[in-house]
Design a protein around this ligand. Structure first.
Ligand SMILES: *Cc1c(COP(=O)(O)O)cnc(C)c1O
Length: 481
């Protein structure tokens, strides 16, 4: 096939594939056509650069400050992975590019990256196959629950419910509900993990899956998870692993060995894609063999001659879950990161994440209530309930931290802890950074006792000031600012 490169009237380069109709606009009813040119802003390069540079300076980012936002894994990601994902060979590749052009391969390298990453993720999680299509954790959850539904449907097994612990991330029940299931919430036990006795009571042949993250959003690993999985399997239910917290157990335990059948990973949390502000991310989904036939089409396969191809012959597939192959450049970053760190490096990353969290938890416990004493993994939750007796809430402490150049921890989540502050230091922070956080949190606890009234005015430093929350809730214009 011959491709013709041509410049459009606006000066953009385009590719024309001979034989394919390119819309000329000729057939469009004149009433839908523009009468005058679109009013596109006309600005000079310095104006554009200043605009975006000034906006970037208002950002609070991992590149500028400590960012212990629990559940989100806001770790520093090596810039080399950005550089690799920026290679022209990756960024210029069009998803519709033919696999072969005049006998030369255009896409083999990209397909190899996808295939190799799939193998790496299988090894890391113990799963048998992965799809790279989902573009976020929540998107992966929806895909995973759709796979579970397809599996039960295929077995002519009607099931209605998904069990989710009350500490679950909000996206879990949302995904299960969108995929057509009713959600049953399982209460947490005294130790902060999902109570096996409660699970026993709720597990029936109507349960399609048990969906949870382990360690959970309190940073607590459920020591009876294997027993829970066995009980679920006994009644024909599947186990779904929300892998957003995988950085806590990377190289130490594999979801498949813990009894899980489906897992999503958040590549943007665990494997080196900076995130926040909505993406881009990637939420690949891994499954055990019995679910592999249902994975989204197409699948990258390695042929006998060692070359790669796309396989569309997947009669049981749930179909496309996103256009083309997901957020490909996020996949490239994860692949580069895994190669960069290697097995030992990944294990060390999770060990440091856990060590840092336990260090902070131990140092903060004199000044803040710790609702669950048990040792944590990569994150933990403290409560500002002691401070709230003086009128200083978790929200006020969060605002005070902004003034002290620290991003606040996640607050008011998980919902089961009053005045929750969920701290995740990540593996990339130094002891000095952690000690500075401890010092500031201790000062704020003392200030809350002595001068609680000052907290209502935080933050004071430009460019942020305290938002009038009542007005913000009532007045959309302000809320959107
Ligand atoms: C972040 C997170 C999700 C959702 O992932 P997104 O990539 O933000 O859609 C799901 N579960 C847990 C536990 C999370 O921390």
């Amino acid at each position: 096939m011959e491709l013709i490169f041509e410049r459009s009237k606006q000066g953009r380069m385009g590719i024309t594939v001979p034989g394919k109709e390119v819309p000329s606009g000729k057939g469009i009813d004149p009433k839908y056509k523009r009468k005058s040119d679109a009013k596109l802003p006309s600005v000079s390069e310095p104006e554009v650069v200043r605009h975006f540079t000034n906006l970037s300076k208002r950002n609070f980012s991992v590149d500028s400050n400590f960012y212990p936002l629990g559940s989100c894994t806001m770790k520093y990601n090596p810039k080399i992975t950005e550089k690799i994902a920026g290679f022209d060979q990756f960024t210029s590749l069009h998803p519709l590019a033919p696999q072969l052009l005049k006998g030369a391969s255009l896409t083999q390298g990209a397909l190899e990256v996808i295939n190799n990453l799939e193998k790496q993720l299988c090894e890391i999680t113990g799963m048998d196959a992965f799809t790279m299509q989902p573009m976020a954790g929540a998107h992966g959850e929806l895909t995973g629950v759709m796979l579970i539904a397809a599996y039960h449907r295929h077995n002519k097994d009607k099931r209605k419910f998904v069990l989710i612990p009350d500490s679950g991330h909000g996206t879990n029940p949302a995904s299960a509900a969108i995929a057509g299931y009713e959600v049953i919430t399982v209460p947490s036990g005294k130790e902060g993990d999902m109570d096996i006795n409660e699970v026993k009571k709720l597990l029936t042949r109507d349960v399609a899956a048990v969906m949870l993250t382990c360690p959970n959003t309190l940073g607590i690993f459920n020591p009876r998870i294997k027993e829970i999985a066995d009980l679920a399997h006994e009644v024909g239910a599947l186990m779904y692993y929300d892998g957003a917290n995988l950085n806590a157990i990377l190289g130490k335990a594999r979801p498949a060995d813990l009894g899980f059948d489906v897992v999503h990973l958040n590549l943007h949390k665990t494997f080196a894609t900076p995130h926040g502000g909505g993406g881009p991310g990637a939420g690949p989904v891994g499954v055990k063999k019995k679910l592999a036939a249902f994975l989204p089409t197409s699948r990258v396969v390695k042929k006998e001659d060692g070359s790669y191809a796309l396989n569309y012959d997947e009669p049981l597939s749930i179909g496309y879950i996103s256009p083309f192959y997901g957020n490909f450049l996020v996949l490239v970053k994860a692949y580069a990161y895994i190669l960069l760190l290697g097995k030992e490096g990944l294990i060390e990353a999770s060990e440091n994440a856990v060590l840092n969290a336990n260090y902070l938890k131990a140092k903060l416990k004199d000044h803040y209530d710790i609702p669950f004493e048990k040792g944590c993994l990569h994150e933990f939750v403290i409560s500002a309930s002691r401070q709230s007796e003086h009128g200083v809430r978790a929200l006020d402490i969060a605002k005070a931290l902004i003034d002290r150049d620290i991003h606040p921890p996640t607050i008011y989540f998980p919902l089961i802890v009053k005045e929750a502050m969920m701290v995740e230091p990540t593996e990339t922070e130094s002891k000095e950074t952690l000690d500075n956080f401890i010092k500031i949190m201790t000062e704020l606890a003392l200030l809350a006792e002595k001068q609680p009234e000052v907290f209502k005015n935080f933050p004071q430093k430009a460019p942020v000031s305290r938002v009038d929350e009542v007005k913000a809730a009532k007045d959309m214009d302000i809320a959107c600012l």
